[in-house]
Design a protein around this ligand. Structure first.
Ligand code: AMP
Length: 281
């Protein structure tokens, strides 16, 4: 497994692999890898990639000033072992300094899908995400890139960026990997105490209940359903950041939940930790 820290070295290697006719997959991550990330590597393998590049970079420009950039969990050694074990052929471990020149001044702004949900609560977040992903596309030169449904709005915005800027990269989306309890796997779960972990189960449970209701009834009034979800989250001491139902493709708010066409997205504070989850109904 190759390990790159220098952007230009990765870029040169990627170009040579392309010229050799190899199919390159990119799996962008912020590290502290868990089974959710590893499922993306497995998906890349299944899709027939010859080279699987995992990028591990806690991207400073996607964090707000009061967010957890400094304390975001990091474990390079364990991450490398997991990548090797999962079948990655290259890991890209840049530093903020070699990703961003001191006078870096070009950003990518998605102007529509990023205005709601996490985008409304984390100003500049998706600008940081789009910018780093575009840079990673230019460096790893992937034929396709794998993202997780866990970050539903992110995946939707990246697909829009690829469409609107004509990136020659196919986007593959992999399903949410959960703990046996239902809790969506996340590097930030490491912040949770045992009591908070128990409270956090209400997220996936509320989504599962909404889904079951849609399955039973066909169509469900969102206002009533939302009130029930909020009650459940609050009963578990979770502080609601947002509870929204949107069209699965456009992210526009809906008033009814319809099977397969609508997505419910949740963001809560569990103690000081912000958790997100979602489900297509
Ligand atoms: P992160 O390291 O949290 O920025 O995530 C990197 C990639 O892994 C993103 O595409 C995420 O959507 C994806 N990911 C994170 N958690 C999960 C999960 N539980 N299941 C599937 N994909 C995930």
């Amino acid at each position: 497994m190759k390990i790159f820290t220098e952007p230009v070295k990765l870029q040169k290697w990627a170009e040579s692999r392309r010229l050799a006719g190899k199919k390159i997959a990119l799996v962008p991550t912020m590290g502290y890898l868990h089974e959710g990330h590893l499922s993306l590597i497995a998906a890349a393998k299944k899709k027939g990639a010859d080279e699987i590049v995992v990028s591990i970079f806690v991207n400073p420009i996607q964090f707000g000033p009061n967010e957890d950039y400094a304390r975001y969990p990091r474990d390079e050694k364990a991450d490398l072992a997991k990548c090797r074990q999962a079948g990655a052929t290259a890991v890209f471990f840049p530093t903020p300094d070699n990703m961003y020149a001191a006078d870096h001044s070009v950003y990518i702004n998605e102007m529509e899908l990023g205005n709601s949900l996490c985008g409304a609560r984390r100003p500049g977040h998706f600008r940081g995400v789009c910018t780093v992903v575009a840079k990673l596309f230019n460096l790893a030169k992937p034929h396709f890139a794998v993202f997780g449904q866990k970050d539903y709005q992110q995946e939707t915005i990246i697909r829009r960026m690829v469409r609107d800027l004509n990136f020659d990269v196919k986007i593959v989306v992999a399903p949410i990997v959960r703990e046996p309890s239902g809790l969506a796997r996340s590097s930030r779960n490491t912040y949770l105490s045992d009591a908070e972990r128990a409270q956090a189960l209400a997220l996936s449970a509320a989504l599962a209940e909404a889904r079951a209701e849609v399955k039973r009834a066909g169509e469900v009034d969102w206002k009533t359903c939302r009130a029930r979800i909020v009650r459940k989250l609050q009963a578990n001491k979770l502080k609601v950041d947002y509870v929204e139902a949107v069209d699965a493709d456009t992210l526009k708010p809906v008033t009814k939940l319809v099977a397969k066409k609508t997505t419910v997205l949740l963001a809560v504070y569990c103690g000081a930790t912000r958790l997100i989850d979602n489900a297509v109904m």
